[in-house]
Design a protein around this ligand. Structure first.
Ligand code: BGC
Length: 516
C-alpha cells in the first residue's frame, strides 16, 4: 500500500515537472495555441536584388550603398542579394517544405512608387508582389506583410529630407493605400513599420543607416543633430502609422477582414547592479526603446521619462493628433527580440557616452554586455547580441501587461554566424538550434502563464544582406552561396522542420547534421 502511494506520488511529481518545465519534456508545437502562426521572415532590400529592374526606383539603401561603401563592412550592396526577385518560387518551395503556416516579408516602396506619389504607380512592381502573394497563398501560407522595412524611395530623401519632413506622412499614407487596394484581398496581416525605433537611432543618432545624419558625441557625420532629429523622424513615422491605420480601419478592414499593427525592436534590459539607480535605468531604457512608440499609439503621448529628459527636443502632438493616434491603436504588436543586455545609470554618475554601447545614450543609460567581466550570455557574431533565452519571456510579459493584453507576434528572432566560419561550422549550426530552442521554450512558458502571443517568425529563411554588416554575417536557416545562389539547408532548417512537423527534435540534435 505504502509502496503504491509512494509510486503514485512519484508519478504526480514527475507529471508536475513535465507541466511546469517545457525543457524537461522537449519543445512541442502542440503546446502553442491553435491557429498560432509559425513562420520565417525576410525583407525586400535584404533579399530581392533586381536593382532598378522592371521600373523600380532608386531607394535610400541603393543610394547609400553606392555612394558610401565604407559604411558597409564588406563594401557590398543589395543590388543582387539573394536574387529573390527572380527566385521567389524556389524560395517559397523551401519555406513550404519547413511546414510553416506564415511568411513575413516586406514590400519595396520604390518598386511600387519609384518616385513617390507624384511619379505614379509602377505596374511591374505591383505584378511582382501580386505573383508572390498569390504563390504564398496558394501554398496555404499566410502572408504577413511589412510596408516599411528600412527602405524608401530615395526621392523621399531629396524632396522631404526623408522622415524629417512632415510631407512624407501623406506619401506613406498614399503608398499604404495602394498596397491595401492591390493586395488586401489576400493579405490579412499588415505591419506599417519594421523597427522604427532601431531605424531612427541608426539613421539619425549614430548616422550608420541612410541618410547617415548624426552629431557628437554619437558620431561624426556631415550634418545632423543626434539629440533632436531621431525624435522628429519618429514623430513623423508615428503620425504616418496613425494615418495608414486610420485609412485601413475606415476603408478596408470591414471588407478585407485583416488586422494592422507595428513591429518594434525590443531588447530586454537587466540592471547592471541592484541599486535603485540601475533598476530605474533599466526601466528608462525600455521606455526609450519600446514605449517611445507604443505609448503614443496606445495612450496618445510619449512616456513621462522621455518628456523629462528630452524636454524641447521631443516634438509635441496636437490634441487632434493625440486622438487620431488613440482612435487607431494597433491591432497587434510585433516584437523583434534577439537579446538582453545590462544597463547602468548615467544620471547619478556620468558615463563615457562616446562608445558603441552608448546606443541608449539619450536615455542616459549605458548598455553593456558584461558584469564583472562575465558576459550576460554567449556572444554571437552580431556585435552586442548575446544568447539570453529568458529575455523572451520577460519582454513578452512586459508588452502584454503594459499594452492592455494586445495580441503579440514575435515577428523576428534569430542567430547570426560569421560568414568566414568554415563550411562545416556554418552548416552544422548547433548553436543556432540551441538558440531557437531556448527562446521558443521561454516563449511557450510565457504563453502557458497567460501571455497573449499569436505567432513566431525566425529571422531568416536564407542568409542575406545584413545592412551595415553586408554579407559578413549569416542569419539564415538556409545557407546561400552568393556566387551560385545555391540554397542549402543548415542543421537548424532541419530542426525547425522537425519541430513544426511534430517529431520531437530536442532529443535529436545529433542526428540532424546538415550533411546527414
Ligand atoms: C531587422 C532585420 C535584420 C535583423 C538582424 C532586425 O533588426 O529587422 O532586417 O536583418 O534584425 O540584424
Amino acid at each position: 500500500m505504502a509502496a503504491a502511494t509512494a509510486m503514485a506520488m512519484a508519478m504526480l511529481a514527475a507529471l508536475a515537472i513535465l507541466v511546469l518545465l517545457p525543457s524537461a519534456r522537449g519543445l512541442d508545437r502542440a503546446e502553442f495555441p491553435p491557429g498560432f502562426l509559425f513562420g520565417v521572415a525576410t525583407s525586400a532590400y535584404q533579399v530581392e536584388g533586381a536593382y532598378l529592374e522592371d521600373g523600380k526606383g532608386l531607394s535610400n539603401w541603393d543610394f547609400f550603398t553606392h555612394t558610401n561603401s565604407r559604411g558597409i563592412d564588406d563594401g557590398r550592396n543589395g543590388d543582387v542579394a539573394d536574387d529573390h526577385y527572380h527566385r521567389y518560387m524556389e524560395d517559397l518551395e523551401i519555406i513550404h517544405s519547413l511546414g510553416v503556416n506564415s511568411y513575413r516579408f516586406s514590400i519595396s516602396w520604390a518598386r511600387i512608387l519609384p518616385r513617390g506619389r507624384l511619379g505614379g504607380v509602377n505596374s511591374a512592381g505591383i505584378d511582382f508582389y501580386d505573383r508572390l502573394i498569390a504563390a504564398v497563398v496558394q501554398k496555404g501560407i499566410e502572408p504577413f506583410v511589412t510596408l516599411h522595412h528600412f527602405d524608401l524611395p530615395h526621392e523621399m530623401e531629396t524632396r522631404y529630407g526623408g522622415w524629417l519632413g512632415a510631407g512624407i506622412r501623406e506619401e506613406f499614407d498614399y503608398y499604404a493605400d495602394v498596397c491595401f487596394k492591390a493586395f488586401g484581398d489576400r493579405v490579412k496581416f499588415w505591419a506599417t513599420f519594421n523597427e522604427p525605433n532601431l531605424f531612427t537611432r541608426l539613421a539619425y543618432v549614430l548616422g550608420k543607416y541612410p541618410p547617415a545624419r548624426c552629431s557628437a558625441p554619437f558620431g561624426t557625420c556631415d550634418s545632423g543633430n543626434s539629440h533632436r532629429e531621431p525624435y522628429v523622424a519618429a514623430h513623423n513615422m508615428l503620425l504616418s502609422h496613425a494615418a495608414a491605420v486610420h485609412n485601413y480601419k475606415k476603408n478596408y478592414q470591414a471588407t478585407q477582414g485583416g488586422s494592422i499593427g507595428i513591429v518594434i525592436a525590443m531588447k530586454w534590459y537587466e540592471p547592471l547592479t541592484n541599486t535603485t539607480e540601475d533598476i530605474l535605468a533599466a526601466r528608462r531604457a525600455l521606455s526609450f526603446e519600446v514605449d517611445w512608440f507604443l505609448e503614443p499609439i496606445f495612450f496618445g503621448d510619449y512616456p513621462r521619462e522621455m518628456h523629462e529628459l528630452l524636454a524641447s527636443n521631443l516634438p509635441k502632438f496636437t490634441s487632434e493628433e493625440k486622438s487620431l493616434l488613440q482612435k487607431n491603436k494597433a491591432d497587434f504588436i510585433g516584437v523583434n527580440h534577439y537579446t538582453t543586455i545590462y544597463v547602468k545609470d548615467c544620471i547619478s554618475s556620468p558615463c563615457d557616452l562616446n562608445t558603441y554601447e552608448a546606443y541608449e545614450g539619450n536615455a542616459l543609460v549605458l548598455a553593456t554586455g558584461e558584469r564583472d567581466g562575465v558576459a550576460i550570455g554567449k556572444p554571437t557574431a552580431f556585435d552586442g547580441y548575446y544568447v539570453v533565452p529568458e529575455g523572451m519571456e520577460q519582454i513578452v510579459k512586459y508588452v502584454n501587461q503594459r499594452y492592455t493584453n494586445t495580441p503579440v507576434y514575435v515577428t523576428e528572432n534569430g542567430y547570426s554566424q560569421y560568414s568566414n566560419n568554415t563550411m562545416d561550422e556554418l552548416m552544422n549550426d548547433g548553436e543556432r538550434v540551441n538558440y531557437l530552442q531556448g527562446y521558443l521554450t521561454f516563449l511557450s512558458s510565457a504563453i502557458r502563464k497567460g501571455a497573449n502571443v499569436r505567432g513566431y517568425f525566425v529571422w531568416s529563411i536564407i542568409d542575406n544582406f545584413e545592412w551595415t554588416f553586408g554579407f559578413t554575417v549569416r542569419f539564415g536557416l538556409y545557407h546561400v552561396d552568393y556566387e551560385t545562389q545555391k540554397r542549402t539547408p543548415k542543421m537548424s532548417a532541419k530542426w525547425y522542420r522537425d519541430f513544426l512537423m511534430g517529431s520531437r527534435p530536442t532529443d535529436q540534435v545529433q542526428t540532424l547534421r546538415a550533411d546527414s
